[in-house]
Design a protein around this ligand. Sequence first.
Ligand code: SF4
Length: 218
Amino acid sequence: MDILQTPIVVNEIFYSLQGETTRTGFPSLFIRLAGCNLNCRWCDTAYARTGCTMTIATIKKKIQQYPLANHITITGGEPLIQQGTIALLNILCTHNYPLQLETNGSISLEKVPQPVHRIVDVKTPSSGEEKSFNFTNLQLLQPHDEIKFVIADEVDYNYAKEFIQKYCATICCVINFSPVALSMKPQTLAEYILRDRLPVRLNVQLHKMLWQQEPKDF
Ligand code: SF4
């Protein structure tokens, strides 16, 4: 089959500011793929379970409708549950689009092309999915990738702290601690990080400060 005819289920495509990670504040074209293999208690993208089937060729055409977009974020749901996602990433890499992939950490990154900047979640106890992490991914991380813990309470914080002390001592990528809105005050998380001298980044969701929701389309 022509790789451009590979089907992918897309929930939405929109242009906005990246609200998380070290790219916070920079514009990006978001391609939200549909479906997820997890069921986090505080999921804020439950609406992304469904979408429309498009070919990679159609997605490429949609991207071309945003001629000034110079960065693409592939997000979900969980993008790696769809077989066509790796083909999409490979095609976009051949066009030299700077790419960020947001993944829940449960699926191997092995086939994700090297130039892609991977944001890999480690689920904490409050999600109800803390057993989901695929530990082989720790060996596949590169310096330009990032790890993200979403933290709702002190139990999550201690879990994340112990995880990085146990497994991340030799990992050189950025580690983000992201407070759950309405559950963990950013100030409280900042004070925990400073108190414990953790080498992590406080990841405050810019889009929620600006628009009280997911990134707004422009
Ligand atoms: S992995 Fe992400 S999209 Fe899936 S249930 Fe958890 S928060 Fe929602």
